[in-house]
Design a protein around this ligand. Sequence first.
Ligand code: IPE
Ligand code: IPE
Ligand code: MG
Length: 251
Amino acid sequence: MTEKKLGSFRGKKLPPQHIAIIMDGNGRWAKSRHLPRSSGHQKGVQSVRKIVKYCSQLGVNTLTLFAFSSENLNRSSGEVSLLFKLFLTVLKNETKKLKQNNIKLKIIGDLSVFSPEIQVLANEAEKQLSNNNGLNLVVAANYGGQWDIAESAKKIAVKSISGEIDPKKIDTSLFQAYTALAEYPKVDLLIRTSGEIRISNFLLWDIAYSELYFCNTLWPDFNEDELDQAIEAFHSRDRRFGARNSENNVI
Ligand code: IPE
Ligand code: IPE
Ligand code: MG
């Protein structure tokens, strides 16, 4: 990889610690080429490979990818089973490479809809990669931001009933500890490709103060240069977190 490919911001600023991506536009990419939607999804996997590798090289701490939303179950059974098959193939074929690249994996979402084979493979892949300490790759599969919040509430409710949690002590940091991304740094940058300006039930709790970046590029065309642009945009933002810059602190 050339020096340019390693990010024009490199050497000047650190990359965001946690990047989350809504990888959208596979279908439109295929349609524009008169190809079946499946080709778009397959090409999308190539973008995933590129972006995972690049984030790992950049020293990003965590990359969270929206692979399949809980609402995507409403697509035709043909497309859903194709997406599940692709997930299975990726789990089978990529784990070794992830291991070599020191990447750790976590799959978040309601995995009960997947076949036992996928569930076992997902579990095994996480275990096989658990001793790695490079990039944290989080894949959201059959994930919904509302589901995540409800799950956290459910876990806290169970512990409140058993007496392990004092309901009076429930606050945002306790709640956070039960969400799917509890163990990772806060999401700094959320990217959505394909020109749609919505969250589509991806991370909700976690993006309270994330910088949002929307681009028109369809996911199969997304690459290292596109990610550089998103990171440069991120660096140009003034993150205030509700406070005021000291220079503006004049009443
Ligand atoms: C994103 O691409 C992949 C998934 C949602 C699984 P789409 O399949 O949503 O592609 P478009 O939005 O129809 O172009
Ligand atoms: C969001 O994209 C889900 C993923 C990218 C995995 P969708 O294509 O499902 O979202 P909508 O339907 O356009 O909101
Ligand atoms: Mg879409």
